[in-house]
Design a protein around this ligand. Structure first.
Ligand code: VAH
Length: 318
């Protein structure tokens, strides 16, 4: 990787991947591109930033040509809950945006990282120890766009030789940039609420278990996969990767060990509860571990400790 473009750089993953890649490859070699969210000062002052609507093919091509890009981390996407409110818009961004990136990668010989999700699975998928290769049939527009994305990346690799790679991320937890419009957002909101108010009303049921991952591990997975010897990869796209399978009650209990007066309530959002129940509880990620050395560093206690440490200086209740 010499010249990198990150689409969706102002989002939850992009805002953390950008500084890590800039530290590794040089600030001027990592172009951050965003569209909906305004970039923060760190993003714009540490290296090149441009506004980019991935739905506009000539705009994608122009950015790649201007900067001589050889690697694209394509993160621009609508998340699950907001995609259910605007399904056609989600298809436009998540699929037409990806096709534009893949077409540019084909003509400009770029490698592409594409993040799929546990959302690419559905109610017919084995919910525990979900295999790498299994039935998907998602019932959300978000999941349909992610399965389509996995298949498109595989097609462009097989038919055009484009170096596409990707993982199926679980819910991602981070303290820098809150996610927007996701079903797993509760796992981030709970920390802000615990530190500000010592109470959180969760929109998922207490026992709703889902795969989760702390952002440093998610960043490591993306970079490790993209730096790995492509000739040794078999699956290439949509690798199951996870770090922990937890419920809101599990996270609340771990927070309470550090904030004894924290309490949690439940105000269920039927839409996001329905989405969560259509996803697996725990994926088998042994294929990623065997093929390219995937290994998470943060379990539930370590993640909670680090989240509270980083957020407490900003949000501690008086
Ligand atoms: C969402 N955070 O909730 C995303 C993610 C597995 C969930 O894809 O939509």
């Amino acid at each position: 990787m010499k010249k990198i473009l990150i689409t969706g750089a102002t989002g939850q993953i992009g805002s953390e991947l950008t500084p890590v890649l800039r530290a590794k490859y040089g600030n001027q070699n990592v172009i951050a591109a965003g569209h909906r969210r305004e970039p923060d000062a760190e993003l714009t002052e540490s290296g090149p930033f441009c506004s980019l609507d991935v739905r506009v093919a000539p705009a994608v091509e122009a950015v790649v040509a201007k900067h001589g890009i050889d690697t694209i981390f394509h993160l621009a996407s609508l998340l699950s809950a907001v995609a259910e409110q605007k399904p056609q818009h989600a298809w436009d961004i998540n699929v037409n945006g990806l096709i534009n990136v893949l077409e540019t990668a084909r003509t400009r010989n770029c490698s592409v990282f594409f993040p799929s999700s546990i959302g690419a699975f559905g109610p017919l998928t084995p919910a525990d120890d979900t295999p790498q290769d299994t039935i998907q049939h998602p019932t959300t527009m978000y999941g349909i766009t992610k399965v389509c994305g996995e298949l498109l990346c595989g097609y462009y690799q097989k038919h055009f030789g484009v170096d596409t790679r990707g993982v199926r991320y679980p819910g991602l937890i981070s303290y820098r940039t809150p996610p927007g419009g996701g079903t797993t957002d509760y796992a981030v909101e709970i920390f802000y609420a615990a530190l500000k108010n010592r109470h959180y009303d969760c929109f998922l049921k207490a026992d709703t278990r889902l795969d989760m991952m702390y952002m440093p591990d998610a960043i490591d997975a993306a970079i490790r996969l993209m730096e790995f010897d492509g000739k040794r990869l078999i699956h290439r796209n949509g690798y199951n990767v996870t770090a922990m399978s937890v419920s809101p009650a599990d996270i609340a209990r771990e927070i309470k060990k550090r904030l004894p007066d924290f309490t949690v309530g439940y105000r269920i959002d039927p839409v996001r509860q329905g989405i969560a129940e259509s996803w697996p509880r725990h994926m088998d990620d042994s294929v990623a571990r065997n093929e390219w050395g995937w290994k998470p560093q943060f379990d539930l206690p370590a993640m909670v400790e680090d989240m509270i440490r980083h957020l407490s200086s900003r949000l501690t209740a008086p």
